[in-house]
Design a protein around this ligand. Structure first.
Ligand code: SF4
Length: 218
């Protein structure tokens, strides 16, 4: 399979932070986030038997499909599910490809969806995210918003309205940005302000930074 890498580590972000996983990183992405910290443009032929080897040596919570954007590779995801039918599949996605999600949703157990703010991608994906979230919400699903100094109250409020329209019980993770490419970190008092605003409309809103970076593990 053409992949960037397969490796064993812990989930560093979101609802399942700390669980051991096998990461399958797919190449390419359809978005261009300014804070992107992932190298996903160099793929090579990697045997998926690597997954079997890791499973033989380790107990893992799930197989994380990550990228890039894994939904650009639905055929490969279906092939992986066929080969590893008893493993949990955890999808890390930018939430923009709902038609592709529909094709594989039966093979997925957990969806971690990024809600992209116009201030970091220079486009408005609110309607696209809403459509995506309605499909993802059939499964164990949560949303992650990366907060930077550029996140505006207006776009954040629109994002919260969108999530609440789908289901106020959807867990929201607020993740402070790892500053890069001119993006500035969010002030700590603003993180709390955003959490308070979100809690007016959503039942569960948690602030969780990227823990794998603190631990300096991949
Ligand atoms: S969606 Fe994810 S992988 Fe794609 S550019 Fe944005 S941060 Fe990078």
């Amino acid at each position: 399979m053409k992949l960037v890498e397969i490796f064993h580590s812990i989930q560093g972000e979101g609802k399942y932070v700390g669980v051991p996983q096998i990461f399958v990183r797919f190449p390419n992405c359809n978005l261009h986030c300014r804070y992107c910290d992932t190298k996903f443009d160099r793929a090579e032929e990697i045997s998926i038997d690597e997954i079997s080897k890791i499973l033989a040596a380790n107990r893992v919570h799930s197989i994380s499909l990550t990228g890039g954007e894994p939904l650009l590779h639905v055929d490969e995801i279906l092939e992986l599910k066929q080969k590893f039918p008893n493993e949990k599949f955890f999808l890390e996605t930018n939430g923009s490809l709902s038609n592709e999600l529909e094709k594989i949703i039966d093979s997925i157990d957990i969806v971690s969806m990024d809600f992209k703010m116009p201030s970091v991608i220079n486009q408005n994906l609110f309607e696209t995210h809403e459509k995506f979230l309605r499909i993802a919400n059939q499964k164990d699903c949560y949303v992650k918003i990366v907060l930077s100094n550029e996140t505006t109250i207006e776009e954040f409020s629109m994002a919260i309205d969108t999530i609440a329209r789908v289901d106020p019980k959807i867990l929201l993770i607020l993740q402070p940005v790892d500053p890069r490419n001119g993006i500035q970190p969010i002030k700590s008092e603003m993180i709390i302000e955003f959490q308070n605003r979100a809690l007016n409309f959503l039942n569960d809103v948690r602030i969780i930074p990227q823990t794998h970076k603190m631990l300096r593990i991949p």
